[in-house]
Design a protein around this ligand. Structure first.
Ligand code: GLN
Length: 508
């Protein structure tokens, strides 16, 4: 795969024309998307038109700094005039009326947007199987999942349908599919990249970030994605670093190796191959340091309390009234009428306690509006999303709030403190990105907890708001790729990029 800078050299010298490059991507999409199912909406005509427009600017010498980048966008980042479905029935026909800030920023530098990428519904999942479009499949072997929730974003780059994509990472959804598909995936520090125009899942965790073929490409893209946005009050006004220069910096790093991330549950071959690479880094002059992150065991439980709580609140807006899927109102009225008639019949013959119960039931019967909400949401949301809304509503309910939500917030703080302490001694923390390579389609679908364990190494970075990158670290004997993860302190993206580049250098 050519990197962006070499594509740009060719575009600038005239030896490559953007419409020809885009034609290659279109051919790959037409050849592979039927199986990989990475893109859920795509228009060859639209891509060709964008390519012709940008080529004119290249010819005139006025093209932006991302000309030559061809980007797939996860189907939960708004692009004006295009569908943003979140892979959900409730938004199946929803069209964005504005561009997300990240889209505006990339468009201003002449990135080309090639299509919308498949994902788990509302970014909830680790396999890209929770989707109304059917699962995305792993480009290395179509019997296996891509990972998720940004599975389509990872697979589109891995399959050569584009050279970049955007994903979102709430608990690992950029890094884990990057690992499963063998591409680079970067989750920035919380607040580094604007979330304006990103459909919210868990607002204190969500981050937009890039997928790319190389660490350098990810660094370039990150530079243009980052920065303060008046439309997102949680975005940081810290100046944006020159991430590309960081990749060139080969000063040696102190790399923390947390015991807790190499223990039980990790595939033996992944463990030994990563350990081998760490030894090589050490012989290249980097320093390895054993560290502890003692609250790691609590990360998954803490995340599934806090993220579901935030999700239940964020997803309350899908009521079938303002936008999104609306149940049939006539059916609602009919349903209510039938229920009322049935109750009246029972009331005629009821006595004593049964009579009292029925009177109570009648007083609590749904209004037409309430039933419309209920039916719209029942029809609109898939199983996993419903599970999260129920869990989140439960942990926020009075009586359980202190026991679950408030407690989990305290544990989140302890996890963050583990990292603060670690980063006083080390530049980056290394771990596998996921415990295994991609699993087979359908394998974990009936076991949500097993599915949740996939994010065991990625989720703490979201709980702490720090940055992380997954870089391809080799191929397993089962033929599938796996990644290595580097986590860095908040706003220390340069460090994880440098570490990622050091791993790339080992792969030759
Ligand atoms: N797999 C995790 C979940 O299902 C993380 C998802 C994400 O990062 N969007 O919640």
């Amino acid at each position: 795969m050519k990197n962006l800078l070499s594509i740009q050299d060719e575009l600038n010298s005239g030896s490559l024309k953007l419409p020809d490059l885009v034609e290659q991507y279109i051919n790959t999409i037409e050849e592979k998307n039927g199986t990989v199912n990475a893109l859920v909406s795509f228009s060859a005509d639209d891509a060709k038109k964008q390519a012709a427009d940008i080529q004119k600017k290249i010819d005139a010498g006025t093209a932006g700094r991302l000309a030559g980048s061809v980007v797939a966008v996860k189907d939960l980042i708004c692009e004006k005039g295009k569908k943003t479905t979140c892979s959900s029935n409730i938004l199946r026909n929803f069209e964005s009326v504005y561009d997300a800030t990240v889209i505006e920023k990339l468009a201003a530098e002449d990135a080309l947007f090639i299509g919308r990428a498949n994902m788990d519904e509302f970014a909830m999942g680790s396999s890209n199987e929770n989707t109304i479009f059917g699962p995305a499949t792993n480009p290395h072997n179509s019997e296996f999942v891509t990972g998720g929730s940004s599975g389509g974003s990872a697979a589109s780059v891995a399959a050569g349908m584009c050279n970049f994509s955007l994903g979102s990472d709430t608990g690992g959804s950029i890094r884990q599919p990057a690992s499963y598909c063998g591409v680079v995936g970067l989750k920035p520090t919380y607040g580094r990249v604007s979330r304006h125009g990103l459909v919210a899942f868990a607002s204190s965790f969500d981050c937009i970030g890039p997928f790319a073929n190389s660490v350098e490409d990810a660094a370039i893209m990150l530079e243009f994605l980052s920065g303060k946005d008046p439309m997102d009050q949680s975005s940081s006004d810290r100046p944006v670093d020159t991430y590309r220069d960081a990749v060139e910096n080969d000063e040696k790093l102190t790399i923390g190796v947390p015991n807790e991330y190499f223990g039980e549950g990790l595939d033996d071959e992944i463990r030994s191959k990563i350990e081998e690479q760490l030894k090589q880094l050490e012989s290249d002059g980097h320093t390895l340091k054993a560290i502890n992150l003692p609250h790691t065991d609590y990360a998954i439980a803490t995340y599934y309390i806090l993220a579901t709580a935030e999700a239940s609140s964020n997803l309350a807006r899908y009521d079938g009234i303002r936008y999104g899927h609306r149940a049939d109102f006539e059916e609602v009225e009919e349903e209510l009428k039938k229920e009322q008639i049935a109750r009246e019949k029972r009331l005629e013959v009821a006595t004593g306690k049964e009579h009292e119960r029925l009177i109570e039931e009648i007083s609590k019967a749904d209004s037409p509006l309430t039933r419309l909400y209920k039916n719209s949401r029942t029809e609109g949301f898939g199983k996993e999303v419903k599970r999260r809304i129920l869990l989140g509503t439960y942990v926020l309910s009075s009586g359980y709030y202190d026991a679950y939500f408030a407690k989990a917030q305290k544990v989140r703080r302890l996890i963050k403190e583990d990292f603060n302490k670690a980063f006083s001694d080390v530049d980056v923390i290394v771990s596998p990105t996921a415990p295994t390579t991609a699993f087979k389609l359908g394998e974990n679908q009936d076991d949500p907890v097993q599915m949740y364990l996939n994010d065991i190494y990625t989720i703490s970075a979201n709980l702490s708001g720090i940055c992380g990158i997954s870089v391809p670290a080799g191929t397993h004997s089962n033929g599938l790729p796996f990644g290595i993860q580097f986590m860095g302190d908040s706003f220390k993206e340069q460090n994880i990029l440098r570490a990622g580049r050091a791993i790339e250098n080992l792969q030759g």
